[in-house]
Design a protein around this ligand. Structure first.
Ligand SMILES: [Zn+2]
Length: 402
């Protein structure tokens, strides 16, 4: 098979392909594009019809990408015209799919069980007839703050703005979690995370605190509990169950993964804070797992996994994926270079922190490293002297479902 990777450039209606061939093959002389099929010396390299992409050889440009060979193969770059409009509208780029909304939950009004995704322990008392309501955007408070500061008496508005509290027998549905009243949580099904609980300092900061909670049976992370101190005892006020840590019974048709919720968080935060830089931090360890820079919010890529070293992933079949293209730094190694870069990002106010359970952070970085292997070797890293925030960063993809 010939390793193949391509990006659809919607703004100029072009497809930019990289493929690698033995040094004896001159792609410029042997390439042919006919009936949507790209061939070299009569041998099919890619049939774009299989991924519903229409190409034409008008404006064909073929260039040798670099002189360095990898595994004895030389990479070439080919630019072709895309026949259909593949341009993704700007409004679509910043739109993200919502998973497990109140509307979907209400479609099947039968009693539904909320269970731990790992061990299926029931977390919410299923005998209750719940009201199901949507929560406003995670950033509603900031947005209103921005808006009322232009009013003549912002204080008056501020006193009326109260945080949203949990209510008994009501399931409040956020983008990535369900907010549930402690009365409705099944007795002894949750417990505070011992590592996080140890760090909590009640002498400082706010009167109520969100503390990570785990499933009491399998000890896996499932969300956060809001606690306060009353008569020298911790009192639970509300529970957030992360949608990616639980399962619903009977199941909904859609089974989103953590990545799907990460996409919501990245895009929604980027829209509100106008930031492109994210530090992904572990909830338990507080370690920085990865630094992520959103490079392209919405792009289609086509590949055959041919550049991956892993033989089991190799497949003659083309895949077309809608993704967010990111540049990232895996910080788990904790070497001097990544420590230096992390410090630079931490000192920059435009870096947004996103905190998730350690286990999912780890999985996320593994997935990013896996996606990096889709690319030809010479395209896997970005190391431009002018980009001081991203020295030796890797390029990766986060799948975007629509
Ligand atoms: Zn469990």
């Amino acid at each position: 098979m010939i390793p193949f990777y391509a990006e659809e450039l919607g703004n100029i209606n072009a497809l930019r392909i990289t493929l690698s061939v033995p040094p004896t093959c001159d792609v410029a002389k042997t390439i042919e594009v006919k009936n949507n099929v790209l061939t070299l010396d009569g041998i099919t390299v890619a049939d774009l019809s299989s991924v519903n992409v229409q190409i034409s050889a008008d404006n064909l440009v073929v260039t040798r990408a670099t002189e360095t060979s990898e595994d004895g193969l030389l990479p070439w770059e080919i630019k072709l015209s895309l026949l259909q409009r593949s341009k993704i509208l700007k409004s679509e780029q910043t739109e993200v799919k919502e998973w497990w909304t109140s509307k979907q939950l209400l479609k099947q009004p039968q009693q539904r069980q909320f269970q731990c995704k790992h061990c299926s322990q029931v977390l919410v008392d299923a005998s209750t007839d719940f009201k199901i309501k949507d929560l406003p955007s995670e950033h509603w408070y900031e947005l209103i703050e921005c808006w009322i500061c232009h009013e003549t008496k912002p204080e008056e508005h501020r006193t009326r703005m109260k945080p949203i509290l949990s209510r008994a027998d009501v399931i409040l549905v956020g983008t990535t979690y369900f907010l549930i009243h402690p009365e409705n949580i099944k007795a002894d099904s949750i417990e505070v995370d011992p590592i996080v609980a140890k760090r909590v300092n009640w002498e400082r900061g706010t009167l109520t605190k969100w503390i990570a909670i785990n499933c009491s049976y399998c000890k896996n992370a499932i969300g956060e509990g809001q606690y306060c101190i009353e008569n020298n005892e911790e009192q639970l006020l509300a529970v957030k169950l992360y949608k990616y840590c639980i399962q619903l019974q009977p199941t909904l048709v859609e089974q989103p993964t953590f990545t799907d919720f990460l996409v919501s968080d990245l895009v929604n935060t980027a829209k509100t804070h106008a930031t492109h830089r994210f530090l992904i931090q572990g909830q338990q360890s507080q370690h920085a797992f990865v630094l992520i820079w959103l490079f392209n919010w919405d792009i289609n890529i086509i590949h055959n996994n041919g550049y991956s070293n892993d033989d089991c992933c190799k497949d003659d079949k083309l895949s077309r994926e809608r993704v967010i293209k990111v540049i990232y730094l895996d910080c788990r190694k904790e070497d001097e270079d990544s420590k230096k870069c992390l410090k630079l990002w931490l000192n920059d106010k435009s870096t947004d922190h996103l905190i998730y359970p350690d286990r999912v952070c780890d999985e996320l970085v593994n997935e990013l490293n896996q996606s990096n292997l889709i690319l030809p070797f010479y395209m896997r890293k970005m190391n431009h002297p002018a980009m001081i925030f991203t020295p030796n960063f890797s390029i990766g993809f986060i799948k975007k479902k629509t």
